[in-house]
Design a binder for this molecule. Structure first.
Ligand code: SF4
Ligand code: SF4
Length: 246
């Protein structure tokens, strides 16, 4: 999230500004970048990885995620757990083993994306930044792209939509400075955004809908779709962490 333009790492690219990049197994650097990264896993990343790997959300969290608290915001941050050698556990000699469902950060590279929300959590600015590293040979390619083309090429639209839908939670106006979440609140965040199987069980409990003032259709939609379940998790957390809307 953009809080100051000075914080942005890398050269800024406008949506239609041309850069040159290509990646593939023909390059000597192929697969070398799937290592030694602090790769963030956002809720929609976990949703897609869970489908791809056929794991329960609890198994996925246990095997492939680690959590710490962001030192600035205090928000729980999940990252991909690397192997003892520092490699992504999902990489294969042929490339990414979960390519169709790879996380947003993998798709966005060699760019990074930052957004600035307004007071209601609506996106008002989107910025792309070059993440050029010396070991990456893709920058020597003749293929001309723009950030807008890259978003399309990498299938980023559903990831960006899902991530932007969480902005009202991440930048709530009642969040004053660093969040100081208590352990049950951290558990609630992990439950409702990342552990969708367990969250689904909570939503299905008799009495949950009434206690939360939810319409039956909202609950039915959430039980039928991971995406709707995640939306409900966000809305539930808004009240759990910041109180009812005024
Ligand atoms: S070109 Fe860059 S992104 Fe592609 S495999 Fe090589 S290091 Fe990774
Ligand atoms: S998820 Fe795929 S693209 Fe991302 S680091 Fe792992 S192997 Fe590489």
């Amino acid at each position: 999230m953009i809080e100051s333009q000075d914080q942005l790492p890398g050269e800024r690219l406008e949506p239609d500004q041309v850069f040159r990049f290509s990646c593939g197994p023909h390059l000597a650097c192929f697969n070398t970048c799937c290592a030694n990264k602090r790769l963030p896993l956002l809720p929609y990343d976990l949703l897609r990885l869970r489908r791809s790997l056929g794991l329960s959300s609890a198994e996925l969290l246990e095997r492939h995620a680690e959590m710490d608290l962001d030192p600035v915001s205090g928000w729980p941050v999940l990252r991909l757990r690397l192997t003892a050698e520092g490699r992504c556990p999902l990489v294969t000699p042929q490339g990414c083993g979960v390519y169709a469902d790879r996380p947003a950060a993998c798709r966005t590279y060699p760019l990074a994306r930052a957004v600035r929300p307004d007071a209601q959590g609506r996106r008002v600015e989107e910025v792309f930044l070059r993440q050029e590293t010396p070991a990456c040979l893709g920058w020597e390619a003749p293929r001309a792209l723009t950030p807008r083309m890259w978003v399309e090429d990498q299938g980023l639209a559903p990831y960006q939509a899902a991530n932007d839908a969480l902005l009202p939670l991440f930048c709530h106006p009642r969040r004053q400075g660093r969040l100081e979440l208590r352990p049950p609140q951290i558990h609630a965040v992990i439950l409702a955004l990342y552990n969708l199987d367990q969250w689904r069980q909570v939503v299905a409990r008799p009495g949950f809908a009434d206690a939360q003032g939810l319409e039956p259709e909202t609950v039915e939609a959430a039980l039928a779709s991971d995406e709707a379940l995640l939306d409900l998790g966000r809305d539930w957390l808004l009240t759990q962490l910041f109180g009812p809307p005024r």
